[in-house]
Ligand binder design. Structure first.
Ligand code: C2E
Ligand code: MG
Ligand code: MG
Ligand code: MG
Length: 293
């Protein structure tokens, strides 16, 4: 058979397409069930100062705790979630959970005299809709997280999006007092356009450009130029996927201050993240009661 693909063109409908279609439908059904059963969990990866590895923030990264398949990575279900708009309720859960956890961590950090952490939450352009700013405002109110402690990382959706509409939503979000970051900078076809059009505070340099720091000099020059660009337009720059000491040093040398990657920590579950961001319990708690008490 053939189906219309617009502009009067016809495409032959092949068996592989039927298979792909069925796969998407099945996955969408599973994702709806997963929402009902509350199977999405949030992991946290620290964002650190490159100079000394101190955490200044965390990125919330969703995983699907599947009863049979185990922990499923986002790349296996986010594209379908975007296609089916299930990314909207999934994203809502992730945002609420991330804000709730970070508000609690920040309260305990304040008591210990530690600076507040920011939490970065991924939003694909597909998730930006008319009611998104209000949803974010509600989550902030409900969890008590300071707006300045939230950064939304904007990623290009696998789907097409309307630039003017996205700009509009981002301006509204900015008005709430939250920070905005461009994710995977340098890989999207519209990275520079996004930098020009969107009210962005932070650039996250994609791992591909951090990997280049180990290769030939032409490629590492390009990475240095991106860091320079970020500094010139006065945006914070975070390097993604920092895995080695030599990458950390090269980034510091070209003026990049913040990084995230396996060199510092992998994404951690809630308990491990708590242990990382809160001070170790005072030593006295762990020692047996002293004779004079
Ligand atoms: P991202 O936002 O660019 O997140 C960074 C990804 O790089 C994460 O993969 C992280 O685990 C991985 N990573 C960090 N450091 C290193 C490193 O040193 N080496 C290597 N090889 N990888 C590193 P993850 O968790 O699999 O997430 C993949 C993507 O899925 C994210 O890329 C983001 O685009 C998307 N995603 C994750 N959670 C959400 C969410 O809640 N909502 C939406 N819309 N997208 C999400
Ligand atoms: Mg991200
Ligand atoms: Mg990224
Ligand atoms: Mg990515």
């Amino acid at each position: 058979h053939a189906k219309r693909t617009g502009k009067g063109r016809y495409e032959v409908f092949r068996p592989e397409m039927q298979e792909a279609f069925e796969k998407t439908v099945n996955l969408a059904t599973d994702l709806r069930l997963a929402l009902e059963r509350d199977e999405f969990v949030v992991y946290y990866q620290p964002i650190c100062t490159l100079a000394d590895g101190a955490p200044v923030g965390l990125e919330a990264l969703v995983r699907w705790q599947h009863p049979a398949r185990g922990m499923v990575a986002p790349m296996e279900f986010i594209p379908t979630a975007e296609e089916t708009e299930l990314i909207v309720p999934i994203g809502h859960r992730v945002l609420r959970e991330a804000c709730r956890s970070t508000a609690a961590w920040n309260r305990r950090r304040a008591l210990a005299g530690l600076p507040e952490l920011t939490v970065h939450v991924n939003l694909s352009t597909r998730q930006l809709r008319g009611d998104t700013p209000q949803m974010v405002a509600e989550v902030l109110g409900e969890t008590g997280l300071a707006p300045s402690s939230l950064v939304l990382e904007i990623t290009e959706s696998h789907q097409a999006f309307d630039l003017a509409q996205v700009c509009d939503q981002l301006q509204c979000l900015k008005g709430l007092g939250v920070g905005l970051a461009i994710d995977d900078f340098g890989t999207g076809y519209s990275s520079l356009l996004a930098l020009r059009e969107f009210p962005i505070d932070t650039i996250k340099i994609d791992k591909a450009f951090v990997d280049n720091l180990d290769g030939c000099s032409d490629r590492s020059d390009l990475t240095r130029a991106i860091v320079q660009l970020g500094r010139t337009v006065r945006r914070d720059v975070v390097a993604e996927g920092v895995e080695s000491e030599s990458q950390r040093q090269a980034l510091l040398d070209c003026g990049c201050r913040l990084g995230q990657g396996y060199l510092f920590a992998k994404p951690l579950d809630h308990a491990a993240a708590t242990a990382l961001v809160l001070p170790a319990p005072a030593q006295v708690d762990a020692t047996p009661a002293r004779a004079d008490r």
